[in-house]
Design a binder for this molecule. Structure first.
Ligand code: AMP
Ligand code: ZN
Length: 496
């Protein structure tokens, strides 16, 4: 019997057996990107961690509703709820409409997700599409006595809330210490207490993004959108809420307080937090100036990169650390990941492409493979431990390589063991880890493009457009591709 899935719940600070509220259905909410600039590789690591968690839940047979929002309003330059709206300040900088900024970076984010093989969430709601629901939740909080209007803005009354509930259950922070820490900040005069956070911010005419509300024109607070959208699509209490470790406080703490304050129930059964990606030993972040963009990794176009790295190499690098541990990106780590990815993909190719031939039974090998398969499953069930599961796949890959002799796959294990090996080796690499056969898809795309180029050259030759046909040949030659006109009239190409 295989082990059951257990997950580390930040709320209880323990590993717990995963028991969905309404099996086989699972509700998963992940905080999405704030679309005011390009996602960096650190952001990508967090989204990939939850992509793998989502994929594994599906692999186990759960029917998952996966909601990941797009923050296109409300996120201010300071996470404590002060400063200016990120989309608006970027819009001023780029001389664009805020919604052009939102569209540009949403499209860019989707493109990165596609390249790195992230599965789209089943629902991807936006904050601006849920202003009405956000206003409704604020009204509820005011009615329940845990929010108050002040000068056209509405704030959550943390002290009042804390009289009945505990503020700080997730992060373990204590409100007296928090109040002491906030004392010196500016712009606190509208609030009853410095730790109160904005649910609605009054907007003067200089703000482009604003909506009417019972408290005048304004825009919603960042924390509110996730409470509203998770509740709307997953219900008042749902299974898993994920996000980066840095969102635990204040963002997720505020989400819990908003839900409990408005609805009276804690929203989430399991809180999962993924850890940060470091570059040169420091958290990767735009503000620290040490961010590498996913496209810079693919092109190698970054002063600190020695070469280009493929999307699957980067994915493999992420898999090499547990999602709740820090991960370091460096040329050395990427090159190790590249080797590891190629090795496992090579075994996978052997496993799926070669025909099966029964060989003489080797019970010791059969036992070894079964043991390693059980360990791989146990490791994934142990809070999605991808680095340890990868180690099992490496051990299995060595066994798979022993099957091959003189171009034949001679399998000396039981058929049931072999079937399970294929199910786990393929299933983990392709379906759960989301790795794809990179070379194959690239060469297929290349074939497609070359077919078009050859046709264009043939058209030019038929029209006796010799300058054009020569130009195509010369361009290709410069790119290291030689065209060969065969005797039968066909043209083929060769990469030199
Ligand atoms: P943002 O667009 O700033 O709201 O961030 C999107 C996600 O990326 C959040 O879940 C953050 O926790 C996460 N994140 C930000 N920086 C890093 C980093 N260096 N490593 C991993 N995740 C990060
Ligand atoms: Zn959120």
């Amino acid at each position: 019997m295989s082990s059951q899935l257990s997950v580390y719940n930040t709320l209880s600070r323990t590993k717990e057996i995963f028991e969905p509220i309404n099996p086989p259905f699972v509700g998963l909410y992940v905080c999405g990107p704030t679309v005011y600039n390009e996602v960096h590789t650190g952001n990508l690591r967090t989204f990939t961690s939850f992509d793998i968690i989502y994929r594994y839940l599906v692999f186990l047979g759960y029917k998952v509703r996966y909601v990941r929002n797009i923050t296109d309003a409300g996120h201010l330059t300071n996470d404590a709820g002060e400063g200016v709206n990120r989309m608006e300040s970027q819009a001023r900088l780029e001389k664009l409409e805020p919604m052009e900024v939102v569209q540009k970076y949403t499209v860019g984010f989707h493109e990165v997700c596609r390249k790195f093989n992230l599965i789209r969430p089943t629902i991807e709601p936006t904050a601006t599409g849920h202003i009405v629901e956000q206003i409704e939740m604020i009204k509820q909080l005011i009615d329940n006595g845990v929010a108050y209007e002040s000068n056209g803005s509405v704030y959550f009354d943390v002290k009042k809330y804390n009289e009945i509930n505990v503020y700080g259950v997730l992060s373990g922070r204590n409100i007296d210490e928090l109040i002491a820490g906030y004392r010196d900040l500016d712009g606190q005069d509208e609030k009853r207490n410095s730790i109160d956070f904005a649910l609605w911010k009054k907007a003067d005419i200089s703000h482009i993004m604003q909506w009417p509300s019972p408290w005048g024109n304004g825009f919603p607070g960042w924390h509110l959108e996730c409470s509203v959208m998770s509740t709307k699509y997953l219900g008042e209490t749902f299974d898993i809420h994920g996000g980066g470790m840095d969102l635990k406080f204040p963002h997720h703490e505020c989400e819990i307080a908003q839900n409990v304050g408005a609805i009276g129930v804690a929203p989430v059964k399991y809180w999962l937090h993924s850890n940060m990606l470091n570059f040169n030993g420091q958290k990767m972040s735009k503000s620290l100036g040490n961010s590498v963009l996913p496209t810079e990794l693919i092109t190698g176009n970054h002063p600190l990169l020695e070469k280009a790295y493929s999307p699957m190499t980067v994915r493999f690098l992420f898999l090499m650390s547990h999602y709740s541990s820090e991960s370091d990106i460096s040329n050395k780590a990427l090159q190790d990941a590249e080797k590891g990815y190629k090795k496992l993909m090579q075994s996978l190719k052997l496993l799926i492409e070669m025909p099966f031939v029964d060989g003489e039974m080797d019970s010791a090998l059969d036992n070894e493979i079964n043991k390693e398969l059980e360990l791989a499953k146990d490791n994934m069930n142990d809070d999605f431990n991808t680095p340890r599961a990868l180690a099992n796949l490496f051990a299995l890959s060595s066994h798979i390589n022993t099957f091959f002799h003189n171009g034949k796959k001679v399998v000396r294990i039981q058929r049931a063991t072999y079937d399970e090996l294929v199910r786990i080796f393929n299933g983990f690499l392709l379906d759960v880890f989301g790795l794809a056969m990179e070379e194959e898809s690239n060469s297929m795309a290349m074939d497609g493009v070359m077919q078009l180029v050859i046709e264009m050259r043939n058209d030019a030759r038929n029209k006796k457009d010799w300058p054009m046909s020569d130009k195509i040949r010369d361009y290709l030659k410069n790119a290291g591709i030689v065209l060969k006109d065969n005797k039968d009239g066909d043209t083929s190409y060769e990469v030199i």
